[in-house]
Design a binder for this molecule. Sequence first.
Ligand code: KE4
Length: 429
Amino acid sequence: MKRTRSQDLLKRAIPLIPGGVNSPVRAYRSVGGDPPFIARAEGATLTDEDGNTYLDYVGSWGPMILGHNQPEVREAVERALKDGASFGAPTRLEVEMAEWLTSRLPHLEMVRMVNSGTEATMSALRLARGATGRDKIVKCAGCYHGHGDSLLVEAGSGALTFGTPSSPGVPASLAKDTLVIPFNKVQALELVCEENRGRIAAFILEPLPGNMGVIPPRPGYLEAVRAITEREGIVLIFDEVMSGFRIGLGGMAERSGVRPDLVTYGKIIGGGLPVGAYGGRRELMSQVSPTGPIYQAGTLSGNPLAMAAGLATLKILEREGEALYLRLEQLTTSLAAGLALIASQRGVPFTGNHVGSMFTGFFHEGPVTDYVTATQSDTQRFGRFMRGMLERGIYLAPSQFEAGFLSAAHTEADIRRTLDAAREVFEGI
Ligand code: KE4
């Protein structure tokens, strides 16, 4: 594919923006080659600056579950924009968003809107620390909760992709209060609680990790986590920035039946515009400023355009309901099964993990159940696969340690086309 315009734009960007990108994973450093610069998108299709089109399995990293440029979502934003972009004052749309979320999610008694998943997790942690008077937090190796200092310790996603799990710039004095345990291992949580009894404020986890690739929780794991954190007085935070509204309207909290004390959201609830949210038990959330002493604020929090896009997206997801989520799960299952079959026919070690419309193809014999097994994947081979698919117009996440996403705009014909491309690419990698 010719990508001269993208290459020219990258040349212009590099002296001005670190790596020429505004988020590291977009630079394609871990897979090689240069990223196409996207000009527009429609449904399941991206078009780059050179007019090349791609079948999109990134979906802006999760928000575009309805597909790009969904007419009702676009019209909702256009309508809101006519009334002004931002006021820095309370608006009707924020009340409607809070009413919609809290009426559908039993674990969400109160909610505060912010502008990114990072802000949501940072704020939830500050709330947990303020409410408990404890300083330590527990996270899982390979889980990514945004780039807040306390959480950029053995993080996933880009931090994992770059093999620098703990970033410079995170003070050791802060990192020491972040305790890291393996995902899916109950004993590890028991042990860290025993060693830090009475000093752990929160356990934050992706209940369905997508940032070391997709790693489903083992049966009973989340229930055990809930019981232990309950017993220890530890605030359980489900980071559902990725899984929320992605694997079902109620996310992993609904699918697992486990009730977190706090939950974070992002991505889908903004319909592609900048958004984040945190919320949960009233007796915790009522301690947030201005009703309580725990401070958190944001110039554009609850921005009317983001609320309009998010509400339109959520209302369509609710209207389409189970039938949509089932279709997404079926399409994703046939994609994952098809890739695994092609890999096995060519003797390529490959494991497809998928839940709902989130999937990751690990270049690893499998099973892939945590950070250790995920990081044993052949990232070089993944890079060759991803680049080969890109040349055939299939746009996959540019990292072995990310989730891929399907949308309501994907069809069975798209899956067939993807598998046809994979048959060719697997030949050569
Ligand atoms: P943002 O600050 O990027 O909006 O959200 C951070 C975040 C928090 N929690 C979870 C579970 C997340 O997946 C994320 C962000 N996800 C990555 C993709 N793995 C964003 C992509 C990027 O960093 O460019």
